[in-house]
Design a protein around this ligand. Structure first.
Ligand code: MRU
Length: 356
């Protein structure tokens, strides 16, 4: 399995995704501000991996604390959580993970009630490291489970289009969309993948192609504007993408360009599936109109590997995500099962199944 992010005694170790596919470099982060910067700059990226990084970042922040009282620890903890939560706005897994760490912190404090400051700090520290490791472990298991559910939708011989990277590099495990692909391969199906290059950050060309080639799964890179052509020619059997946030009605925020792919899929009668863990559901919002879309540095559009490709001074836009309306989504594949429309009913049912 590709090691995307790991907790070690030396710190949080991450594969630097900005350098792939040219270089496989692991970086070790020893403080929470470093982890926050890694999330912001996309050393680590992809909604579930961002969630794991956020949990580990919070644990690192508490691990380094020298607080001398419960009040001081509370203030430090709030600073750490706010700093991590301020890194990227769209992937809900980030906020889900920070909230989970807050709940673990509150539980640990109750358990250590009445203890001296040093003992309180030690128990909170242990509890938060344990929780971050659980977030990591559960993501690996969720990938496996959703892969098993999802592969049942994939016919033998399927040519699957994906957008961005929703693979091992975007998670702690096998991936979401690519977790389904890997599960189909494990089930003995001969599938192949078309990877949209995914301008401007090129997650498809750089990352999806790298990790599938690494595992020997057939992959062909196409530019984003070729997807319609191949669908129209009947060379794509289904689309599977990941998600950064899924609203109660099934609207899906994912990497910019996903919406266009979904519309093309509908026009060409190609099934369009979304694979995501339950931690990507945001049932607190009724629809995708409430999802904050991250605007990134315009230079990501203006330059490719440092070389300018637009005339000096011409404005560019760089929204990093778009929202695909639920009517284009044939199924949402989670570790609890496969949700079908009407999502306003099926998604809450899946989420409550996860709590029982
Ligand atoms: O900006 P990124 O690279 O973090 O965006 C990632 C995506 O949009 C992925 O498709 C999504 O997070 C699903 S990852 C399993």
């Amino acid at each position: 399995m590709i090691r995307t992010i790991e907790w070690t005694d030396a710190g949080v170790v991450m594969l630097d995704q900005k350098l792939l596919p040219a270089q496989e470099t692991y970086r070790t982060y020893t403080d929470y501000t470093g982890v926050a910067e890694a999330i912001r700059s996309m050393v680590v990226r992809g909604a579930p991996a961002i969630g794991v990084a956020a949990a580990m970042g919070v644990a690192l922040g508490v691990k380094a604390s020298l607080a001398r009282s419960a009040g001081e620890l509370d203030r430090e903890f709030a600073t750490v959580c706010d700093h991590i939560a301020g890194t990227r706005p769209t992937a809900v897994n980030l906020f889900w993970a920070v909230d989970r760490m807050k709940a673990a912190y509150a539980r640990a404090k109750v358990e250590a009630q009445g203890a001296a400051a040093g003992d309180l700090l030690a128990s909170v520290r242990d509890a938060l490291v344990k929780e971050a490791l659980a977030v990591h472990r559960e993501d690996v298991a969720a990938n496996r489970a959703l892969g098993r559910f999802g592969q049942e939708l994939i016919p033998d011989g399927a040519r699957i289009l994906t957008h961005c990277n929703a693979g091992a590099l975007a998670t702690a495990g096998h991936g979401t969309a690519l977790g389904v692909v890997r599960a189909a391969v494990e089930a003995g199906k001969k599938v192949s993948v078309f990877a949209d290059e995914t301008r401007p950050f090129l997650q498809g060309a750089r990352l999806t192609a790298w990790e599938l080639a690494h595992d020997g799964i057939p992959v062909t890179v196409i530019t984003d504007n070729m997807a319609g052509h191949f669908m129209h020619k009947g060379e794509i059997d289904c689309v599977i993408v990941g998600a950064d946030r899924i609203a109660r009605n099934g609207d899906v925020a994912n990497k910019i360009g996903t919406y266009g792919v979904a519309v093309l899929a509908k026009e060409n009668g190609v099934p369009f599936y979304v694979a995501a863990p339950v931690s990507t559901l945001d049932l607190s919002i009724p629809d995708g109109g409430r999802i904050k879309i991250e605007e990134r540095d315009p230079d990501e559009v203006r330059r490719i590997q440092g070389v300018a490709i637009t005339p000096e001074g011409v404005p560019v836009k760089n929204p990093s995500f778009d929202v695909t309306p639920a009517r284009y989504v044939g199924a949402i594949i989670t570790e609890r099962g496969v949700a079908r429309p009407d999502y306003a009913e099926s998604l809450p049912a899946l989420q409550s199944a996860s709590q029982s």
